[in-house]
Design a protein around this ligand. Structure first.
Ligand SMILES: Nc1nc2c(c(=O)[nH]1)N[C@H]1C(S)=C(S)[C@@H](COP(=O)(O)O)O[C@H]1N2
Ligand SMILES: [Mo]
Length: 427
């Protein structure tokens, strides 16, 4: 936590920073500040601009009740899930979070990424049940009221699909195209450990096989250690009930594990001695290595980061001050450090981490930057609390070979052209 001395230090740094920023005056930068526009003759003629009173101040606004469930400003219509048009988006589908349009670390529920294998089922919570059986003393069936009677807990965790991205597909243009199968929310539910204790685990219980109530009956085997650690049965997301796309009314949430294991629309938990070797843990979500073996049950998502501003599809308006900002995360725990390079990876500077820095949650980083207007490549790399360093794509390919598909946590650099256009530097 920040001590008063840190705050003072912050303010000193900030004052110095603003002074130095003021020295970089050029273009739209006004003397003494970083950004802002001088009042000019042109603005005087525009009716809604200073010094005029804008039209929206002249009559009362929309009445209360016209939107019982709020929606974003009509001017933010472009900020929607990124649903690829070149993929048949029907049963097996995905919609990505527009990471480049968001601030902070929490994904609004309407923009949470979605990935499903047989569409989104419509489940009446009154008819939904969770069955718990197998190597337990007392097999149990819970309805949603039973689940809600357990002591609850809330945690902020990211969720990421392990196919985020698949490097063999054409490279994406935006941060969302590349790693938008990633979101972060505050989840509320019950500790899976409590529920398992209610049934009583028998000797030999090593795995819990989870099954979803969708037409895919998506099934994954979860090691018992995870089930007795931070695994949750979740019914709420950012304060409200789960969205249907996120598994309403109940999902499994395995912090830091590949998204596929957080089974949505959860209907069954079978405690077993062995994994079940389902489709999703054999033919899918495994990585074929150069020696012909396949990595399976990899579980944890390794440390990763991406600059979201400026990022692909955006445009720098002018040389001068720009804040570089992005997100970092690690399935293994907290992000310890994020380095940013503004010279194509030759040198790296430590970015500032925005509090809170939480375990297995997105962490926002920022770096003040002065762009001199020349073409440049910028990129970020995350280091987590295990000291693991996010690799470049070349480093990853050297180990994994050309046949892998999942678990790509490579650095994604952005190229900025002299006109300010930002594009994928690896495309
Ligand atoms: N029952 C069920 N659970 C599921 C899936 C599914 O299709 N059916 N998709 C999985 C995959 S591949 C991912 S990445 C996450 C996506 O969760 P989200 O749609 O809430 O973002 O859910 C997982 N759980
Ligand atoms: Mo996934």
């Amino acid at each position: 936590m920040s001590e008063p001395t840190d705050i003072n230090e912050d303010m000193r740094t900030r004052r110095r920073f603003l002074r130095e920023g003021g020295a970089l005056v050029s273009g739209v930068v006004v003397a003494g500040g970083l950004v802002g526009r001088k009042a000019s003759a042109a603005t005087d003629t525009a009716e809604n601009l200073p010094p005029n009173v804008p039209e929206w101040m002249k009559t009362p606004g929309d009445p209360m009740g016209s939107q019982p469930y709020g929606t974003p400003s009509s001017f933010e219509k472009a900020v929607v899930k990124n649903i690829a048009k070149d993929l048949p988006q029907y049963l097996s589908a995905s919609g990505r979070t527009p990471l480049q349009d968001l601030d902070g670390i929490i994904t609004p529920n309407g923009l949470f990424y979605e990935r499903h294998h047989a569409g989104v089922p419509t489940i009446d919570p009154a008819q939904h049940r969770l069955m718990l059986h197998g190597l337990v003393n007392k097999p149990l069936i819970f309805d949603m009221d039973d689940i809600r009677r357990f002591p609850s807990e809330s945690h902020i965790y990211f969720l990421e699909c392990s196919g985020n991205p698949n490097y063999k597909k054409p490279y994406g243009k935006t941060a969302s195209d590349l790693v938008g199968l990633l979101s972060c929310a505050e989840w509320t539910g019950v500790s899976l450990k409590l529920v398992l204790q209610e049934a009583g685990l028998q000797a030999g219980a090593k795995w819990v096989v989870a099954e979803g109530a969708d037409a895919a009956a998506l099934t994954r085997s979860v090691p018992i250690e995870k089930c007795l650690d931070d695994a949750m049965l979740v019914y709420s997301q950012n304060g409200e009930r789960l969205r249907p796309q996120q598994g309403y009314p109940l999902r499994l949430l395995l912090p830091g594990f590949e998204g596929n294991m957080s089974v949505k629309w959860l209907r069954r938990l079978r405690v077993a001695a062995e994994p079940t070797y389902s489709r999703e843990e054999t033919s899918k979500y495994t990585d074929l290595m150069p020696d012909g073996s396949a990595r399976e049950f990899t579980f944890y998502m390794e440390a990763k980061s991406i600059i979201t501003r400026p990022s692909g599809g955006q445009q720098l308006s002018a040389p001068g001050f720009h804040e570089i900002s992005g997100i970092a995360w690690s399935g293994r725990g907290k992000v310890k450090r994020v380095d940013v390079s503004v010279d194509d990876g030759k040198t790296w500077q430590e970015a500032r981490l925005q509090e809170p820095v939480l375990t297995r949650a997105l962490t926002r980083f920022r770096l003040p930057w002065h762009w001199d207007g020349k073409p440049v490549v910028i990129q970020s790399r995350a280091i987590d609390e295990t000291a693991y360093v996010q690799p470049t794509l070349a480093e990853l390919l050297a180990v994994r070979g050309e046949d892998y598909y999942y678990h790509n946590n490579a650095i994604w650099p952005w190229h900025i052209a002299a006109d300010g256009e930002v594009t994928n530097a690896l495309a």
